[in-house]
Design a protein around this ligand. Structure first.
Ligand code: CA2
Length: 148
């Protein structure tokens, strides 16, 4: 089982500012956390981060036929990107959306997510743990698909 984990714009600067919202650990710590979470579940993973919408769309398109599942924190593109939503729909790879913060209890504009219109599940407000939950959820979903 192979997962692609995508992190969107500015998440590479994690830990630099707004620790009350995003925590104080940096992006390298997040990447290590995700790798460990996948290893614990026996899942292979590739981690990808980009600040560019089109680059994320390209990566999702390239995932077709290669990855069994996608975990994505689209960051600010969550609230704006029909292109990322369409790419996920086009490749039809099971996807779980993750947010470090609770997007529903912040500014009004963060409450709407285009990606959640496709994602199996949206996990938010759990910090790094949200990615570990996403790995477990996606693995369980894919196992159920192969059993039945
Ligand atoms: O809570 C999340 O994970 C978000 O996806 C993070 C995005 C935000 O636009 C979404 O509404 C919710 C922002 C990521 C930016 O991260 C920062 C990194 C360093 C300093 C400040 C923010």
């Amino acid at each position: 089982m192979k997962f692609l984990v995508i992190n969107g714009p500015n998440l590479n600067l994690l830990g630099l500012r707004e620790p009350a919202i995003y925590g104080s650990k940096n992006f390298e710590a997040l990447q290590n956390f995700i790798k460990d979470a996948c290893a614990r579940e026996g899942v292979d993973c590739e981690l990808f981060q980009s600040n560019h919408e089109g680059t994320i769309v390209d990566k999702i398109q390239e995932a077709y036929g290669i990855f069994d599942g996608i975990i994505i924190n689209p960051a600010a593109y969550t609230h704006t990107s029909v292109a990322i939503l369409d790419a996920l729909k086009a490749v039809a790879i099971p996807t779980v959306e993750v947010h470090l913060s609770d997007i529903n209890s912040r500014e009004e504009f963060r409450k709407h997510s285009f990606v959640s219109m496709y994602a199996l599940k949206t996990i938010c407000g759990l910090g790094f743990d949200g990615y570990a939950e996403a790995v477990k959820h996606l693995k369980k979903h894919l196992k159920n698909l192969t059993v039945s």
